[in-house]
Write a protein that binds this ligand. Structure first.
Ligand code: FAD
Length: 403
């Protein structure tokens, strides 16, 4: 009899967690498992702000998928997914196609620019290893050429968004800039780092005391905050922001980083699966409504926090927990069991780094700042490595500079 075929799309936190759990729970004869990913490596998306600022080499944030999958049980296909034909149970790749019986959609999120003119064309994003490397090189180039050009303008870097990604990137950047100034003989006072945020506060939803700590720490390192200010447009010379009711102001900057919005994968929209901005409001068992053989997890899924009737923010923490539940549910389906587990996020805490040596966070309900929070952040990072790749991956890639 033909074995049922499970195809997992994406080897990020959600997809790789599903694959590594399934290879433990299912026997070789029970199912054929295929994992598809654009690259033959996995990257720690939650470390990309470090690679983008140049405080951590991009090779440190990635590892080979072959190191963590059991090749006897999981076949890896390197390919870019372009569409899913749900009626035919086929996934289309740029150069081929794969049929499936069960599908796990875990292609992560994409940058959302909310239709702001010029952002897509002129702003950098922090979305994968290649965008991180491009941004790091661009920033370094600005410093390397600043004196040559004989600039009268300051060397300005604008970060759009003071949410989690924006603040974590600013923390790294604020540490990196003095090093770059020294390296390229640029006067520190000629450098401006400006963070523009449309919401009335940085880190909306975070404890206000911790937000104040983060903002004042970054300000002391030279970051200027423009909170409650909306970006209206972006061009090769910088950004346009709203000023008062009808006026606008231009902020000249050779580097604009957009870190303010995440949407689900465009492949979801292409496939016709019902979604809101690429995110599928999944059933409690994580299946897409109307598709009994398709699970959607990670940044392309939408799970409502019933307590506040709002979606949980997309996080690696949730993606990994969903991966564990999907592996259990698929194992049950393959064994013809009908009782599927419902997914409820178990939020253990949130830690936001402010560079390698400082952070803010709430862990198990306790507020933390400074070195303690920073230590906790590294433990969270190492835990993610351990959950997917075990001890050997922690030893190879873990963060041990904890003092
Ligand atoms: P991802 O981990 O992004 O993986 C998606 C995978 O799919 C990737 O391997 C990608 O290459 C692949 N892929 C994408 N499209 C295709 C395609 N068409 N074909 C083939 N392969 C494709 N969350 C936290 O919980 N804590 C944090 O501290 C935290 N910090 C963050 C810091 C930064 C700078 C950023 C950007 C995010 C942070 N997040 C954090 C959010 C977290 O990284 C995401 O929620 C998480 O990565 C989502 O996991 P995922 O499995 O859905 O997707």
């Amino acid at each position: 009899m033909r074995k049922p075929k499970i195809v997992i799309l994406g080897a990020g936190y959600g997809g790789l967690m599903t694959a590594t759990r399934l290879q433990k729970s299912l026997g070789v004869n029970e199912a054929e498992i295929v994992l598809v990913n654009k690259n033959d490596y996995h990257y720690e998306t939650t470390w990309l702000h470090e690679a983008s600022a140049g405080t951590l080499h991009h090779d440190r944030v990635r590892y080979d998928i072959s190191n963590v999958i059991d090749k006897n049980k999981v076949a890896f296909v390197k390919g870019t997914v372009t569409d899913i034909k749900t009626d035919e149970k086929v996934v289309l790749l740029e150069d081929g196609q794969i049929s499936y019986d069960y599908l796990v959609f875990a292609l992560g999120g994409e940058s959302e620019t909310f239709g702001i003119q010029g952002l897509k064309e002129h702003a950098f994003t922090i979305t994968n290893v290649n965008t991180a490397r491009k941004l790091r090189d661009h920033i370094e180039y600005q410093f390397a050429t600043y004196n040559e050009i004989g600039n009268s303008e300051p060397l300005t870097i604008v970060v759009g968004g003071a949410g989690f990604t924006g603040i974590e990137f600013l923390g790294e950047l604020a540490n990196r800039v003095p090093e770059l100034c020294k390296e390229y003989d640029v006067d520190f006072h000629k450098v401006r780092i400006i963070c523009v945020e449309a919401a009335p506060t940085a880190l909306p939803g975070f404890d206000p005391e911790l937000v104040n700590y983060a903002v004042s720490t970054l300000e002391k390192k030279g970051v200027e905050f423009r909170i409650g200010t909306a970006i209206k447009g972006c061009n090769p010379d910088g950004i346009i922001v709203a000023k008062g009711e009808d006026e606008v102001e231009e902020i000249k900057a050779k580097t604009v980083v957009w870190a303010a919005g995440v949407r689900g994968s465009s492949v979801i929209e292409q496939s016709g699966i019902e979604a809101m901005r690429g995110r599928v409001k999944v059933n409690p068992d994580l299946r897409a409504p109307g598709h009994d053989n398709i699970f959607v997890i990670g940044d392309s899924s939408l799970v409502i926090n019933e307590e506040i009737n709002r979606p949980y923010p997309p996080t690696a923490q949730i993606a990994m927990q969903q991966g564990e539940v999907v592996a259990k549910n698929l194992t049950a389906l393959i064994r013809n069991e009908t009782n599927l587990q419902s997914f409820t996020p178990d939020i253990k805490g949130t830690v936001c780094s402010l560079g390698h040596d400082d952070a803010i966070g709430v862990v198990f309900g306790k507020k933390l700042v400074g070195k303690k929070a920073s230590f906790m952040k590294k433990m969270v990072d190492n835990r993610a490595l351990f959950m997917i790749g075990g001890t050997s991956t922690v030893l190879k890639k873990g963060k041990f500079n904890i003092l």
